[in-house]
Structures are given as C-alpha cells and as structure tokens.
Design a protein around this ligand. Structure first.
Ligand code: HEM
Length: 464
C-alpha cells in the first residue's frame, strides 16, 4: 500500500511538473501579435513530435491553428507557413528581411561564402558565378558530354549482381559532380574525397556541439580536409599554368570568367555545388528506380523513349542535348518522383528584424519553415494525388504553375534544376537500356524527415 502511494505521488508530481513546464514555455512565448500554435517543452520544443509524427504533426497543427502557426522545432522558435500565397510572398521577399535560415551547423561546415550564408549583393555575385558554370549552353557543350561519359562507365558493370541502389546513386551523384568540377573521376583523389564528403554531409545535419566524436566535430574536420585538398588542386593548376575545361578551370580563368572569386570563395562555391546536388539527385534517382520497378507500364513507356534514342545511334555514341530535350516522358517521371516522394519538404528562412506577416508580428531571428510538402498531395492540384502517374505532367504545363515549388521559388530558386534533371535523365537512360532489375525484397523505405532506405535498397540486376 505504501509503495503504491509513493508511485502515485511520484506520477502526480511528474504530471504537475510537466504541466508547469509546458505552461511556463507557452507564457514565455506569449508575445502580443504572434500567430497561434504551441511551443512544447523548454529547449526541446516540439522537435520529438515533429520528427516522430512527421507530416501528421504538421497536418494536425494546421487543423487546430490554421496554415500559419508557431512552434519550436529543431532548436528554434519557428513559424510554419503552409499557405501557398504566403509561401510565395516569403520566397519573393528576401530584400524585406526574409533571408535563408538554415541551421548553424550547415553554415559553419559549408563555409562563410556558401550561397545560403550570403545575402544581397554578395548572394547576387556568388549566384551569378554559379549560373555561369551551369548555363544551358555550358550544359549542352561541356557538362552533358562529361555526364554521359561518366554514367556510361559508372553503370558499365552492374550486370548479374546484387547492388544497393542507394549506395550506387550516392556515389554517382558525388563522383559525377567531382568530374564536372575538376575532371576527377577515379583514382586516389576521388577515393580520398568521398569519405570526407560523406562526413561533411552528416555534420551539416547535426547539433552544433564541437566535442570529439560528435558528427559536428567530424564535419568540421572533414571540411578542413576538403578545403586543403581543393587548395592543393588550385595551387597545382596555377603552378602548371595549364587551363582545364571543367568548372574549376573556368573559375580560375580570369580571361573568360567575369566573376573574379577569391580562392576561399571558389572553394566554398565548389563545396556548395557538391552539397546541393548530392542528396537531391541521388535520392530522386533511387526513388525513380523504385517507382519504375513498382509500375511496369511506366517503365515500359520510359524504356520505349530511351530505346528510340539508342536506335538512332551507334552503341558508342553519347546522348546529346537534342536527345536530352526529347526525353519528355523521362522528365515527367522525374517530376512525378519528386512530387510523390517529396524529396524536399520545404525551405527555411529567418527574419532579420521584427516584421509584420499575415497580420502577425514575427520577432527578429525567428525561423520560418516554408513547408511545401502538402501542396504535392493536394487533390485539387494533382487529382488522385497518391497515384504515381507521370502522364499528368505532359501537356498541362504543370511545371510552370506558381504552386510548383519542388525546386523552390523566388530569388533562391534552384539554379541547378536543369543540371540535376540532365544527370538523372542520363542515369535513367543507361540504366533502363542496359538492365532489368528485381528488388531483392523487404528493404524499408523512410519518407520523413528525409527520404532514405536505412539499410539500403537492394536490387538483383541482369543485363537487358
Ligand atoms: C533533383 C534535383 C534538385 C532538387 C529537387 C533541388 C531543389 C532545390 C530547392 C528546393 C532549392 C531552394 C532552396 C531555398 O530556397 O532555400 C534549391 C536551391 C539550390 N540548389 Fe538545388 N535542387 C536540385 C539539384 C541541384 C543541383 C544538381 C545543384 C548543383 C549546382 C543545385 C544547386 C542549388 C543551389 C546552389 C541552391 C541555392 C540557390 C540560392 O540560394 O540562390 N541543386 N534546390
């Protein structure tokens, strides 16, 4: 009896303490003019609910508080915006103080000059330099041939084996970028680079606690090593006096390049390119393979498109820009994959000063989560939204609609969109024309907060 009384007493005490803590945190953030919503626990906020319930948490909060509510997630007081009109306004108005709001660990590891860390004229300059490296002309004349050569060799010996397509597409996205940036494809530099880069990526998604063995600490160390590798590469090229026909060669060539970047800026830009195209391209490629496997009719249509291209060519001929432009159905598959898998849930901004938004006052330094995921499943915009139906993208001009935010919008809209689509298209070209595949089975796929196969996605591959 006495034990039961003690247990009941402890439970009762804990209940009172929890209620008091939750109440205290609500009162702390009860400023006049803030949007409705809850702030959860001190320090942790509602991060656990957000990560555990994922999209369900967002939908639940929206049904209680509307499309514009406050929360405390991932270490920051945050406003979540799920309102399409407001989302566009936020993305279009960086100049009014709505700047990128990515986590500190990401900014520290990607560098002071990385594109998400700079605003105003510095952003214009870095973005201009990047766009000059990946313009449609450069894609046509330099990047597509490089990508073609890479995909051909990367996919050349997958036949009659079991592969982990997640691992393969990750390596593919990374090494393909490295080849475009510095002509490096295999050999010791790529081998040295790859584990460092994977460590850097992990670090950007961690809590910024700089203690030995934390992912943040390892990420910072990986950045140091990558910077030193790139510095050696730049110095080696300068010493040799040769010009190279790759992104680094163009950046270093003052005669043709009007954006004069310092070595630090060049290095941060290269890290930005590697980082931004890595997870987006690899995950979309993996998920496209998954959806094609599950939808034989779509696979048949894609294969028809790519076989028609091959029939016009000798086996050794690369795909060119006209071939790429003719891949209309493949483009539709890539959009449908991005929509249904929602590779990017939204983008982050923060306020540089107190500002009025949607009739509320948002304090300086608060994060704004422009949460675009639900648009992808809106039955008014995409009828039968849970169906994988690439045909919906043909002839309807869906990619030019103002609710199409798969590649972001406004001043920060993805500059790598065409490059990313070209890479995935070239990958699919060689994959569907060379191989047939079966899932080995049972691999788990997670869709939130990131799309990933925690134990890999294994395929049994046979030659076509
Ligand atoms: C399927 C592939 C891709 C998807 C879905 C994608 C998606 C996005 C999205 C949603 C944004 C907006 C971020 C924001 O507003 O804060 C963005 C920005 C960006 N993307 Fe991509 N991306 C892809 C491929 C690439 C590639 C291949 C590159 C390589 C150059 C790249 C480079 C960038 C950069 C540098 C930014 C920041 C632009 C700025 O802040 O001005 N992306 N991307």
């Amino acid at each position: 009896m006495a034990v039961l009384m003690v247990v009941l007493g402890v439970v009762f005490g804990l209940c009172i303490l929890s209620t008091a803590l939750l109440k205290w945190n609500e009162v702390k953030y009860r400023k006049k003019g803030l949007p409705p919503g809850t702030m959860g626990w001190p320090v942790f906020g509602e991060t656990t609910e957000f990560l555990k319930q994922g999209p369900g948490f967002m939908k639940n909060q929206r049904s209680r508080y509307g499309s514009f509510f406050k929360s405390h997630i991932l270490g920051c007081p945050t406003i979540v915006s799920m309102d399409p009109e407001l989302n566009r306004y936020i993305l279009m108005n960086e100049a009014k103080g709505l700047v990128p709001g990515y986590p500190q660990s990401m900014l520290d590891i990607l560098g002071k000059s990385n594109i998400a860390a700079v605003h105003g004229s510095a952003h214009k300059h870095m973005r201009g330099a990047l766009l000059s490296l990946i313009s449609p002309t450069v894609i046509r004349e330099h990047l597509l041939p490089t990508i073609d050569e890479f995909m051909r060799s990367h996919l050349s010996n997958w036949g009659d084996s079991v592969i982990d397509i997640q691992q393969k597409t990750k390596e593919m996205a990374f090494v393909s970028s490295l080849k475009q940036i510095a002509g490096i494809e295999s050999g010791t530099i790529a081998q040295e680079f790859m584990p460092e880069f994977f460590m850097l990526v992990l670090g950007t998604l961690s809590l910024p606690i700089n203690l030995p063995r934390t992912n943040y600490h390892r990420g910072l160390q990986a950045r140091k090593n990558i910077v030193s590798l790139l510095r050696k590469l730049i110095e080696g090229r300068r010493a040799s006096g040769k010009t190279s026909c790759d992104m680094l060669g163009f950046l270093m060539n003052d005669e043709v390049n009007k954006y004069k970047l310092t070595d630090e800026q060049m290095i941060d830009l290269i890290i930005t390119i590697l980082y931004s195209g890595y997870e987006t391209v690899s995950t979309t490629s993996m998920m496209a393979v998954k959806y094609l496997h599950d939808h034989p009719k779509v696979l048949e249509e894609v294969r028809k498109e790519h076989m028609a291209i091959r029939e016009r060519k000798r086996p050794e001929d690369p795909i060119d820009f006209d071939d790429y432009k003719s891949m209309r159905f493949t483009r539709a598959v890539i959009y449908e994959t991005s929509r249904l898998a929602t590779i990017v849930n939204g983008v982050l901004r923060k306020t540089t000063e107190d500002m009025q938004l949607n009739g509320f006052i948002i304090p300086k330094g608060w994060r704004i989560y422009v949460y675009t995921r639900e648009i992808n499943y809106d039955p008014c915009l995409y009828p039968d939204p849970l169906k994988f139906n690439p045909w919906r993208w043909l002839d309807k001009n869906l990619e030019n609609k103002n609710y199409f935010l798969i590649f972001g919008g406004g001043t920060r809209q993805c500059p790598g969109k065409e490059l990313g689509i070209a890479e995935i298209s070239a990958f699919l070209h060689y994959f569907v024309t060379t191989y047939r595949w079966e899932e080995v089975g049972g691999d788990e796929l997670m869709k939130f907060p990131r799309v990933e196969a925690p134990n890999g996605l294994h395929l049994k591959i046979s030659s076509h």
